[in-house]
Design a protein around this ligand. Sequence first.
Ligand SMILES: NC(=O)c1ccc[n+]([C@@H]2O[C@H](COP(=O)([O-])OP(=O)(O)OC[C@H]3O[C@@H](n4cnc5c(N)ncnc54)[C@H](O)[C@@H]3O)[C@@H](O)[C@H]2O)c1
Length: 285
Amino acid sequence: MDNNKGYFLGKNAVVTGAASGIGLALCEELLAQGAGKVVLADINDENLRTHEKRLERQYPGQVKGIRCDVTKEAEVRRMIGEAVALLDGRFDLLVNNAGLGLSGMFTPIASDKNLSEKLKLRVQTNDDWEKAFAINFYGALYGSRAAIKVMTPQGGGQVVNIISGIAWSPMAYQTMYAATKAALNMLTLTLRYEYWDENIKFNSATPGTTLTAIWGEVGPPEGAQTAQESARKILKGVAKNQRLILGDKGDEEGAPHCFDPSMEEGLDDYFINVARVRRGGKLTI
Ligand SMILES: NC(=O)c1ccc[n+]([C@@H]2O[C@H](COP(=O)([O-])OP(=O)(O)OC[C@H]3O[C@@H](n4cnc5c(N)ncnc54)[C@H](O)[C@@H]3O)[C@@H](O)[C@H]2O)c1
């Protein structure tokens, strides 16, 4: 049983990156908590159709999958338009969840010429950086903009942007992931205040370290929680309209420490150690 006091009862939602992992779990949890209709949006058509069919059997008439590449604003606008028509004209909640993990090297490292090979990480180009921002930052920006357009005339709504604890944890070889998610966090928090008086709620949410495909071959670190656990934590914060929803203990501790000047030395020690361990070949820490 959820503790969200019926917050999601009858609400209509769109979730991006919904064909896998946390996005899929968010859809399942929303439906389990009494949501009205849920639109799953994803670029992976095969997974999308599989889960659309499965969920539609369980919740007839409440589920729809729409293929959408969130890096293209026209596609996001079209997807939201189609979704709103399916949602009987009422669009209560958008979760901009689609995202990629994006590890890599900023430049070659002069003192260790074989590092890229050893870590199996590519040196990232400007093209890689543009693609990273396109998915992890602009995807959510386009979604937020399209949602505002629909939510304003209906008198309000809620937009949740999925960031990551990496937004305040400068982990070596994850420059792109950290930069895109930190940017998305500030976009979201700023929109929260710009649209507060329009009754459109914005929330920034970290899922916490979660067992999903995003970890690829490397695999998640020990203690990763399930996507269902992350989804429940996120929805708890959404129901409370928390400005920053923190998905696990690590994020709860990391967020307040990040910019605390009294912790500078400890933070340096910690993140220098992470960089060295990673340089040694162990990427998951
Ligand atoms: N898993 C974790 O430990 C963790 C931790 C912090 C933050 N996050 C964030 O959670 C979100 C979900 O990640 P996940 O772990 O469930 O990964 P995942 O790989 O299981 O799911 C990501 C989904 O996004 C979709 N996607 C990728 N590119 C897309 C595009 N251009 N348009 C539309 N959909 C696209 C993929 O097809 C996939 O279904 C991401 O934003 C990620 O950064 C995850």
